[in-house]
Design a protein. Sequence first.
Length: 453
Amino acid sequence: MTQTTRAPIETAEGAHTREWLRRFQRVRNASEALCAPLETEDYMVQSMSDVSPPKWHLAHVSWFFEAFILSPYLDDYQTPDPAYDFLFNSYYETHGKPFPRHLRGTISRPTVAQVYQFRAHIDQEMERLLSAPPAEHLDEIIDRLEIGLHHEQQHQELLVMDIKHILSCNPLHPIYRQDIRERLLADADQAPADQTFNDKAPRWHRYAAGVRQIGIDYPTEPAREHDGQGFVFDSETPRHRQYVAEFELADRPVTNAEFIRFIEDNGYSRTELWLSDGWSTIHRTGWQAPEYWEKVDGRWHTMSMGGLVPLDPDAPVCHLSFYEADAYARWAGARLPTEAEWETAADDQPIRGNFVENDLLQPAAQNERAGDGPQQLYGDVWEWTGSAFLPYPGFTPLEGSLGEYNGKFMSGQMVLRGGCCATPGDHIRASYRNFFPPQARWAFSGIRLARDV
Ligand SMILES: [Fe+2]
């Protein structure tokens, strides 16, 4: 493609492009900061097929900018290696053949150093493009840049999840960061030694029946005129009406201590609590507790980014499949909220919580109430809903290869809401729909109860 006109840097549009460049640099730096504590050997491990090696994440998010921005819009762009377009394509079949996901851990070359060089190359070329963007494609470039940045933020959360799983497979319980360990041990010291809960039953918030507006429309203003907060994925659109019957929502997530009671009440052995798929899954896998839980000297511990630490009884329970969340809810005489109920409750709540910026990378007990609404809706744990990930009425995927981003996964997945302790705080909103298969446990997934009135 030929570049004919260029947006002069001194115009308002040029200033705006510079702001996007700064945002690009912030997001790119955050990915590398998450990997800074890793040893070279950690970068290559694929501990299960759902996990990608950290090296692959770092390369793939860079490939995204190459494939969707630099190759189409920077006319003299040169890739460091044409094979990267195959190796680091995740699942964009209309773009080209992707490398098989389950084999990502077999690729020792390019090396970690070469992947960092690839990142530096992409950064440099994006800076070159954004410092003199072709004016006739500026809107498309900024739209794709914005998706690329949210994509990289999604992978930052995946990096934390995957690094945790990789380290958890090692019986030495490696410590990702010592300072996280010290913070978690200090919290555990304050908890009762017998891991009993302080026995505050959840409070319930009641919501009236009514026709609710669910989802969101694309921002009416072009993204380049926004501060970046107007971004939405296609799967959150369009805004539409849904009837929501009267319901109640618990004012906090289910805690570790509450889940221990479920275990001690033989929750994993009582067939009446389980969906058929869940029952067969726990028999096939032998699950008797959430992922990462281990009993040491009679006390429950959990793997964290600070190694193996005693479980904090008041912290939200985490690393559960949808099946376990559903069985727990039934045991507790409640149910999981639908995503429309969750969004109804979250709509007027401020977006604050234990996000990646808190730098604990672990769900935490909240000791002080913040505001009158349900607590910890955002951050800590993604909350399983009882809703399948399906298109909203009138859903239209993005055009071209980016239409593969969400739409083709609308089968066999359940929706989770609210973000977690590994989510960037400026990456979450009330309408955000995360999704995982019902058996997935390595995400920071937890439970909030709902019930009919
Ligand atoms: Fe991706």
